[in-house]
Write a protein of this length. Structure first.
Length: 79
């Protein structure tokens, strides 16, 4: 457990401009970004023990974040 916020700009530093452009041009991509940010915030709050969640729920949140990140990365590669 790292308790490090995994913002997309930190995860994809070379793709910042592409992320911004896709966010404006592609509604699905924009929704993925919003969902990633929401889940990432939940993970960070759980890891920091701000929100009390079970270990299973925290693990599920991390899996969801990973899945979203993979989908975002796929779309960035295709763009």
């Amino acid at each position: 457990m790292s308790n490090t916020p995994h913002t997309l700009h930190e995860e994809f530093p070379a793709e910042v401009e592409k992320i911004s452009a896709l966010k404006v041009a592609n509604a699905h991509f924009a929704r993925l970004l919003d969902e990633y940010d929401a889940v990432n915030d939940q993970v960070h709050r759980a890891e920091a023990r701000v929100d009390a969640v079970t270990e299973d729920h925290e693990a599920e949140l991390r899996r969801k974040r990973s899945h979203l990140k993979d989908e975002i990365a796929r779309m960035l590669r295709a763009a």
